[in-house]
Write a protein that binds this ligand. Structure first.
Ligand SMILES: *Cc1c(COP(=O)(O)O)cnc(C)c1O
Length: 440
């Protein structure tokens, strides 16, 4: 098990953070550059806060993942977990690379289709799909519906039969393993709300095989997010493989194992498993079962490909602490407030990136103490107007943002080589209340 960074592991330096991210580099004149575009140029044109994504990094990561799966000899297909970043441009880019989609709501299903992802490559997950959502999934004839309870299975059967459709179904199994990740993103323990208990799985599969409108095609699992240790994957896959054998012995057809998502990324440059290690764990569990493998990666594909660009409003000294107040806040990037998440923070200016550092707290202007991006972070002196980039903000960033404190949604930019596009303009203040209605 790789050592997880703890409070005693020193933070990576600014230079180490940049060096570990191939789509970023520091240019002596232009400062921090993503692919071939200086981030200062983006900020000059569209202001801050702004999300900036690297199309090149997205393609490189998707190809690295699929290559690792292919090299392991697996018949594997990636269904990008739309919830990590649901921008149409990102869905379309990954769709063109061959990715399918893993969706958890009608909105995500519609987004994936609007971005051109074929219905056959869409998997529908989630613990509470409404009848309306299931109806849409059946109308679109999507590839697979992962059901999470007997109640949902029966509802889907009745609906499919009434529509004259057949739903390809994979029960999501709760393997009762602890993914060793943050409590709020652990999903595979017996007490978590997700999935069918392992002990009930065979009976449920048998019921699925009997019910009208249902074709059970395999098994699914998803044990959590930001997983940096292979062991829980190995334990979960072993339990699923065992279930495949049990079901086949009982005469059932099991063609697919959906291994879910959850592969973590080294926010703090810490060691962790990459796609090769994950492919190895999948192969170890399933290699002699002749199954098609589905994966639902989200964070691993898009997290490192994005940064949140922000400007310093002011720097102030209070009770011995240097506070750097940004124009970005928890309403933009909620991960530090919600999960105590650590994000690398680097200055955009080349001079600042190599200047002497001292500890400071990086905060936003929202009226909550939780609006803190980092504590005791070693950064240079930062004067008003200087820019910083919050790294690895491509996943669970813009999608989780809100207009709290009447702060408009930040702009989004996609860089591709030397070209860059504003893929979502900054929301206007008027748009914040444009759909509000005054009673007569
Ligand atoms: C969130 C989720 C994913 C993606 O998780 P990542 O950690 O972003 O890879 C995949 N499958 C399901 C069912 C999910 O809920």
């Amino acid at each position: 098990m790789p050592a997880a960074p703890d409070d005693t592991t020193p933070d990576p330096t600014i230079a180490e953070l940049i060096a570990a991210r191939p789509h970023l580099r520091l240019h002596a004149m232009d400062g921090l550059v993503m692919e071939d575009v200086p981030l200062n140029r983006v900020a000059d044109a569209v202001g801050t806060p702004t999300w900036v994504y690297s199309a090149g990094a997205l393609r490189t990561r998707y190809r690295a993942l699929t290559t690792a799966l292919r090299d392991a000899g697996l018949d594997a297909h990636a269904h990008y977990a739309v919830k990590a970043n649901d921008h149409l441009a990102i869905l379309a880019l990954l769709g063109r690379e061959g990715a399918g989609a893993d969706v958890v709501s009608e909105g995500e299903l519609r987004r994936a289709r609007a971005a051109g992802i074929p219905a056959a490559r869409i998997v529908y997950s989630g613990v509470g799909k409404t009848e309306r959502e299931l109806r849409l999934a059946l109308t679109e004839d999507i590839g697979q519906i992962n059901i999470e309870s007997a109640e949902e299975l029966r509802m889907l059967s009745a609906l499919a039969a009434s529509m004259g459709r057949t739903a390809r179904v994979a029960p999501r199994i709760n393997p009762d393993v602890d993914a060793g990740t943050h409590d709020k993103i652990s999903t595979g323990r017996a007490g978590d709300k997700f999935g069918v208990p392992w002990a009930d799985a065979a009976a449920l599969y048998a019921e699925a095989a009997r019910l009208p409108g249902i074709e059970p095609v395999g098994l699914a699992t998803h044990i959590g997010s930001q997983i940096m240790d292979l062991a829980p994957y190995g334990a979960a896959f072993a339990r699923i493989a065992e279930l495949v054998r049990v079901l086949r012995d009982q005469g059932h057809t099991v063609r697919v194992v959906d291994c879910g998502g959850g592969l973590g990324i080294p926010y703090r440059n810490q060691p962790g498993p990459g796609p090769e290690a994950l492919a190895g764990a999948i192969k170890a569990a399933f290699h002699n079962l002749d199954v098609r493998v589905a994966l639902e990666p989200g964070r691993w594909l898009v997290g490192p490909a994005g940064v949140l660009l922000a400007s310093v409003i002011l720097q102030k000294q209070t009770a011995g602490t240097r506070f750097v107040v940004l124009d970005a806040a928890m309403n933009d990037l909620v991960r530090p407030a919600m999960y105590e998440a650590w994000h690398g923070i680097v200055p955009v200016s080349a001079a600042a990136a190599v200047a002497p550092v001292s500890p400071c707290d990086i905060v936003g202007p929202v009226c909550e103490t939780g609006d803190t991006f980092a504590r005791d972070r070693l950064l240079p002196m930062l004067s008003p107007g200087m820019r910083i980039a919050i790294l690895d903000a491509g996943a669970y960033g813009a999608v989780m943002s809100s207009p709290y404190n009447a702060r408009p949604r930040a702009a989004e930019v996609l860089i591709d080589g030397a070209a860059w596009t504003v893929v979502r303009p900054r929301q206007t203040h008027e748009a914040l209340w444009a759909d509000e209605i005054m009673p007569a």
